[in-house]
Design a protein around this ligand. Sequence first.
Ligand code: FPP
Length: 228
Amino acid sequence: MSQSKTNGLNHIAFIMDGNGRWAKKRHKKREYGHIRGAEVFRKIVRHCADLGIDAVTVYAFSTENWKRPKSEVNAIMSLCRKYIDEALASDAEASVVFLGDKSAFDAKMRSEMEKLEAKTAHYRKKICIAFNYGGHAEIVDAVNALIAGGKTHITEEDITGAIYSGIVPPPDIIVRTGGEYRLSNFLLWQSAYSELFFTETLWPDFTSDELDGIIEEFGKRKRRFGGV
Ligand code: FPP
């Protein structure tokens, strides 16, 4: 698919759901599904870059995901570390930004995240990784930051500028894999006019071809942003 076929798509976001079920179907541990999921994440991000899409956001770890067994949480943390190490060592030309509360991570992980963000900050293309992210928490943090900065009357523009992902425009498309039909506390402020796509495909089975089909369908939707 050529860049001209991305139909004005600047920012696409993914809820990468279904890793656990994908692994279970193969009689493997859930961690195995996340390993495969991380590979698919790399492939899809590369495909989006090839298509000329400026920003990709993925939901990799929610504020609620701490409730999972420790072994699974550790596996997701390791996959994130591995990605950071690889990205630090590579010269991929995209800015990596972590959306979420970093204070929950150990000092080493935090400093690696910040190192990667600082090293890549000048690139135009953005890869946003929602990690220890919650949409409610994001709005509350933004409001508190505005109050701490002396604001007494808060506008929509203030919140848009203060949320974690204020550096990217709102997503044009949010794709959720795994057959669930909800946003699960993802990009609640930013999703006001996003086009939503849900697929039964489990994230480890999600392909560039399926994404191309979604982008084609996106081109057929009429976006009115509240107008007529
Ligand atoms: C949801 O599937 C997936 C997650 C909670 C984790 C996603 C994380 C990765 C793909 C690792 C990549 C991370 C980085 C930063 C490279 P699920 O486990 O809820 O699936 P289920 O609904 O089938 O149980």
